[in-house]
Ligand binder design. Structure first.
Ligand SMILES: *Cc1c(COP(=O)(O)O)cnc(C)c1O
Length: 396
């Protein structure tokens, strides 16, 4: 059996997205900035896509800027809000310890430029505490950036509450909604979101394309200099086939949120129930406020990387920590933020599902994982210490 269960890293393109992309590549090759018919045809399709993306978020099409993906949208949103704050003498930014590196590394760069950054802790449940956020707000706070849903542990953050607080205090609120877009209902107006990032390849669209929503009146700084595309805020000839394909994928995903969530949640919970039976294992992140597709667990006494390779040999593709941190020896910053010790955080497994998975695949995973864990534990010096009582179990 072959089971792709790494949808938080990327998804396969839907048939709709693929058909749209192929036909665009074949037929709509004009440059949207050209005045001739081929150009204007591309322009029309581009603006239709903008309207589609806006509608899915309850935004206005003039509030949507196309980017090369989630990382670029995060960078532009945060840099824009920082520069706007700086002009008013506000150089304080609030975020969390569990953000994606596209956010954390942008904040580190700003710190070197003299901005002050407060990174909020999360509880053991992987959720930011709203009172902590309120307490961190200062008169010079320019920006709050808190992700909609976490890419590793799937926890959903109290975005509407945070939006409400920020709006009442006149602070810009950005949310990295890359894991949420197309999977959870998003209403930028009702949730008082000023800026939002999304990425097509996380909802069965193509890679290398995304969007930044910026509420009317929110100052945007261009981070790529060149032509006047995207109303002067993002230079470079638009990737029209990818953008139109993204819009098709987004519309499809947004139209099926409830249907897909019901189906995927049932598989998620079946998987958790099966894997939880493994001794000394724990589910990371809150069980209720959680993405429909996310399973994240730690197994004491093993290395996540070894587990991944053995799973891959059985046809199961999963992840340990985030795709971006794997390859480095540091355990996931998200799992450490939950208060897990290094050695426990190393033994993590993330299975992220989609509507293309089946319940039979879940049973296959449940069948294979326990034996692999037992095998790895039997050769693990850490496990031996745990079992002999020389080291204390962290997980019961
Ligand atoms: C994938 C991801 C990103 C990066 O998006 P790209 O389109 O790959 O640049 C940013 N934030 C989160 C939460 C993600 O899951």
């Amino acid at each position: 059996m072959f089971v792709y269960s790494d949808n938080a890293a990327t998804t396969k393109m839907s048939k709709t997205a693929m058909d749209t992309m192929f036909s665009m590549l074949e037929e709509v090759y004009g440059n949207p900035s050209s005045l001739h018919t081929a150009g204007q045809t591309a322009r029309e399709r581009l603006e239709e896509a903008r309207k589609t993306v806006a509608d899915c978020l309850n935004a206005d099409e003039r509030e949507i800027y196309f980017t090369s993906g989630g990382s670029e949208a995060d960078n532009q949103a945060i840099i824009s809000a920082a520069k706007a704050g700086e002009r008013k003498g506000k150089k304080h930014i609030i975020s969390t310890k569990i953000e994606h590196h596209a956010v954390l590394h942008t904040l580190e760069r700003l710190e070197k430029q003299g901005f002050e950054v407060t990174l909020l802790d999360v509880g053991r449940d992987g959720i930011v505490k709203v009172p902590d956020l309120e307490a961190a707000i200062r008169p010079d706070t320019a920006l709050v950036t808190v992700m909609f849903a976490n890419n590793e542990i799937g926890t959903i953050q109290p975005v509407a509450e945070i939006g409400n607080i920020c709006r009442s205090k006149g602070i810009i609120f950005h949310t990295d909604a890359v894991q949420a877009a197309g999977h959870l209902h998003i209403d930028v107006k009702a949730m008082n979101i000023d800026m939002l990032s999304l990425s097509a390849h996380k909802f069965h669209g193509p890679k290398g394309v995304g969007a930044l929503y910026a509420r009317k009146g929110t100052a945007l700084t261009s981070i790529i200099d060149g032509g006047a595309q995207e109303r002067g805020k993002r230079a470079g000839t638009e990737n029209v086939p990818a953008i139109v394909s993204m819009a098709a994928a987004f519309k499809e995903a947004c139209g099926n949120i409830d249907k897909n969530a019901g189906y995927v949640i049932a598989m998620r919970d079946r998987l958790i129930a099966g894997l939880e039976k493994i001794p000394h294992s724990v589910v990371n992140g809150d069980r209720e406020n959680r993405l429909p597709n996310n399973v994240n667990m730690c197994f004491e006494g093993i290395e996540g990387e070894s587990l991944l390779l053995m799973l891959d040999a059985k046809g199961i593709e999963a992840s340990s920590g985030s795709a971006c941190t794997s390859g480095s020896l540091d355990p996931s910053h998200v799992l450490l933020a939950l208060g897990l010790p290094h050695e426990v955080a190393h033994g993590s497994l993330r299975l992220s599902l989609s509507e293309y998975n089946t319940p039979e695949e879940m049973d296959y995973i449940i069948e294979k994982v326990p034996g692999i864990i037992e095998y790895l534990r039997n050769m693990s010096p850490v496990w031996e210490e745990l079992e002999s009582g020389r080291r204390e179990h962290f997980i019961d």
